[in-house]
Every structure is written in structure tokens, then in C-alpha cells.
Ligand binder design. Structure first.
Ligand code: NDP
Length: 252
């Protein structure tokens, strides 16, 4: 039987981090559904190469490319490489993201700018590049990774929650602009997912957080990957401009 994403090509940004980030979970879910995947990382390219090997084990093509999503020239080089390798692009997942936490009154401009540049501007730059290709193909799926913090806020994350709320507005506008060309744009809002990004949360706080999750556990990269693969599939053809929350019920 044909897999749901067989013959499709995908870019997943920010799939480096120590082999246990959300990007890896997404790349593997897309590969298991049959897609070829280009994986990027900014600095940890060796980690991205390890993810590419894991994808190849799933039986599809994979390459790892270094890219800083906040840098327009670097993004251009990434999309040039993708078209060179595959000639088309069906799926873009804007997953690269950073945190630089601090209380509002003590937050440096630098920390504000860095988070907005990577999370929000990076999503814009990659989406713009992908949309150019997808419009010509009259088919495409763009999936942006936002966060529940973009919806409910979180003390110490003014920059991060602003960037993630920005991604939601951006998703809705892009969905309206690109819908006529059969390009869907959706966002996935994870809750608390166990990755290097959330390693900073100490054991006691983790236990408290877990108590707030009706499903009684923290999320995994696979939990997010499955939803992204669904949004990339034909089963989700009539869904656009939506935010799908994947938080174990934390924000119900
Ligand atoms: P990680 O910190 O584990 O991974 C982040 C990835 O983004 C890394 O591969 C990193 O590459 C890459 N990256 C960072 N900056 C850039 C940049 N400028 N250009 C390209 N790549 C970059 O994070 P998670 O896997 O936990 O998070 C993935 C996404 O999910 C993020 O957008 C995050 O905000 C979001 N999210 C995470 C939640 C969680 O609980 N973990 C909850 C809600 C949302 P490198 O390693 O090379 O620096």
C-alpha cells in the first residue's frame, strides 16, 4: 500500500539538537509517512546528520544542511539546495526556535531581538521562499511550530510568547493569501514537550507541571510529529489557517 506522503519532499528547520528535539520527531514522522526530508540545524550539523541517517533507515531520502533561518542569504542557499536536490518542495515545517528567558523588567534588547529574529523572522523568510515554489506547483503545505505560550503567556517569556503569538497571526494571513493556490498554512502549538529546550525546568517544577496535564505526562517529539504528518497529508486538505494544540489537555 502507498504511504500517505510517498513521493513528497519536505524541509524541517531546526532538527539538530542532540537527537531528541521536536524537529527530529517531525522529520521521522514525515519519513515514516513516506516523505523525503531535508533537515537543517544552525550549529549542530553533526546532530542533524544523525537525524538524516535515522530518516534514511525509515527508507526515504534525507540530507542535512546548515542554515540560520534568521539570515536571508542562508535561507536562500537552503532553498536553492532543496530545488537542486529534488526539483520540487511539497512541505515546509518551520520548527527552528530558541528561548532567551528573563523577566520583562530585566529583559535585554538583545534577548528580545534574538528570539524575534529566529522564531518569527525565520518563519517569515522560510515561508516566503517556500511559497514562491509552492505557488508555481499549485500545491503545498506549510506548518509552523508555535507554542501554547503564544496563546496563554508565561512569566519570563515575553519575547518568546510574543514571537509565538506573532507566528499565529502570520499563519492566518499566509493561509488567506496562499489558499487560492492550494497551499495550506497551519500552526501546531505544543505544550510542555520533553526536549533539550525544556531541560532547564527542574524536577520539582516538572512534577508540578505534569499535574496540570490531564493526560498525566509530558509530551514527546513523536506526539508533535504525528500531528505535523497529518497536516501534511491529503487527509488534511481542507484545513488551513488553524492552530492545533498538542498539550495533553494542559490548556483546556
Ligand atoms: P531544541 O532547542 O531542542 O531545538 C531547537 C532547534 O532549532 C535546534 O536544532 C537548533 O539548531 C535550531 N535553531 C535555533 N536557532 C536557529 C536558527 N537561527 N536557524 C536555524 N536553526 C536554529 O528545541 P525543541 O525541539 O524543544 O523545539 C522545537 C520547536 O518547538 C521550537 O520552535 C520551540 O519553540 C517549539 N516548542 C517547544 C516546546 C517544548 O516544550 N520543547 C513547546 C512548544 C513549542 P542548533 O542545535 O544547531 O542550534
Amino acid at each position: 500500500m502507498m504511504k500517505p506522503l510517498e513521493g513528497r519532499t519536505a524541509i524541517v528547520t531546526g532538527a539538530g539538537r542532540g537527537g531528541r528535539g521536536i524537529g527530529r520527531g517531525i522529520a521521522l514522522a514525515l519519513a515514516q509517512a513516506g516523505a523525503d526530508v531535508l533537515i537543517t540545524a544552525r550549529t549542530n550539523i553533526t546532530d542533524a546528520e544523525a537525524v538524516a541517517s535515522a530518516v534514511q533507515e525509515a527508507g526515504t531520502r534525507a540530507i542535512a544542511v546548515a542554515c540560520d533561518v534568521a539570515d536571508a542569504a542562508s535561507v536562500k542557499a537552503l532553498f536553492d539546495r532543496a530545488t537542486q536536490e529534488w526539483g520540487s518542495l511539497d512541505i515546509l515545517v518551520n520548527n527552528a526556535g530558541i528561548t532567551r528567558d528573563g523577566l520583562l523588567l530585566r529583559m535585554d534588547e538583545e534577548d528580545w531581538d534574538a528570539v524575534l529574529e529566529t522564531n518569527l523572522k525565520g518563519t517569515f523568510l522560510c515561508t516566503r521562499a517556500a511559497a514562491k515554489l509552492m505557488i508555481k506547483q499549485r500545491r503545498g503545505r506549510i506548518i509552523n511550530i508555535t507554542s501554547i505560550m503564544g496563546q496563554i503567556g508565561n512569566p519570563g517569556q515575553a519575547n518568546y510568547s510574543a514571537s509565538k503569538a506573532g507566528i499565529i497571526g502570520f499563519t492566518r494571513t499566509a493561509a488567506r493569501e496562499l489558499g487560492g493556490r492550494n497551499v495550506t498554512v497551519n500552526a501546531v502549538a505544543p505544550g510542555f514537550i520533553d526536549t533539550q529546550m525544556t531541560d532547564v525546568v527542574k524536577d520539582e517544577a516538572r512534577t508540578e507541571l505534569t499535574k496540570k496535564v490531564p493526560l498525566g505526562r509530558l509530551g514527546t517529539p513523536e506526539d508533535v510529529g504525528g500531528v505535523v504528518a497529518f497536516l501534511a497529508s491529503d487527509a488534511a486538505s481542507y484545513i488551513t489557517g488553524q492552530v492545533i494544540t498538542v498539550d495533553g489537555g494542559m490548556t483546556v
